[in-house]
Design a protein. Structure first.
Length: 247
């Protein structure tokens, strides 16, 4: 879970915390209060809240803590919320809120056409035109998810941290796995980006975000920009589009 606190256009934070489907509103209340206290901000100063959640079990807790801790109803990104995007897909309601806010931020900051890659639990690729038309995309298992599955289902393979190895051909088990994950995933990224660009009939700017974007971008050839704050920028932009009194 990525959290950020904006004072006008100044980002305070950001913070990353483990997502838990069973975290209660009380737990989130304590967590946020401690984070804000750590940077000298009183929770009563908060004037607005915008949430992009693709974990339905946590939505109620997020709504509860926003109302209880900040005394403001949260703006939940979803159907009916103004984004400025045109969703050219069969079922717009299926599009994840995280992908929408990423696209909003990328269009405002980098213009279009764009391919946006978010390295999360799942890795998503989004195609966006220069006219802010969200054309669709691709979903593949995330980098960390792939590593976890490998160690869980192959008894003799260890769990490794993800980093760029010195060579493609590994000389031990750990370097074999690192090479397969980093170079293999980079080639997956490059291949999908090139195929998407051909279908878009464009030369899109490729923007990557998410926890492991920097590692893969060191190896991949098609990523132009790594923006770790893309989602938070998108949340702020969506909030401003929907709340007239937004600072």
């Amino acid at each position: 879970m990525v959290l950020g606190l904006y004072r006008d256009d100044e980002l305070l934070g950001p913070w990353r915390v483990v997502t838990s489907n069973y975290r209660t509103g009380d737990e989130l209340f304590i967590l946020l209060s401690m984070l804000f206290q750590g940077i000298g901000v009183d929770r009563h100063e908060i004037s607005g809240c915008c949430v992009s959640s693709v974990v339905p079990q946590t939505n109620l807790a997020l709504q509860e803590v926003s109302t209880r801790a900040f005394h403001v109803p949260p703006l939940m990104v979803g159907p009916g919320v103004k984004t400025g995007l045109v969703l050219q897909v069969d079922n717009p309601k299926e599009v994840g809120a995280d992908r929408i806010v990423n696209a909003v931020a990328a269009i405002e900051e980098y213009k279009g056409p764009l391919i946006i890659i978010d390295f999360g639990t799942a890795t998503t690729f989004d195609a966006v035109t220069a006219r802010a038309e969200w054309q669709g995309g691709v979903i593949v298992p995330g980098v960390q998810l792939s590593v976890d599955a490998l160690s869980e289902h192959c008894a003799k393979l260890p769990r490794v941290d993800i980093q760029k190895p010195s060579a493609v051909i590994g000389r031990d088990t750990v370097s074999n796995i690192r090479s397969g994950i980093t170079y293999g995933y980079a080639d997956l990224v490059d291949g999908l980006v090139r195929r998407m660009a051909r279908e878009m009939d464009a030369e899109p700017t490729v923007v990557a975000t998410g926890g492991l974007a920097k590692v893969i971008a060191e190896v991949a050839e098609t990523i132009d920009v790594v923006d770790p704050l893309l989602t938070l920028k998108g949340l702020k932009a969506v909030y401003k589009k929907n709340v007239k009194t937004a600072p």
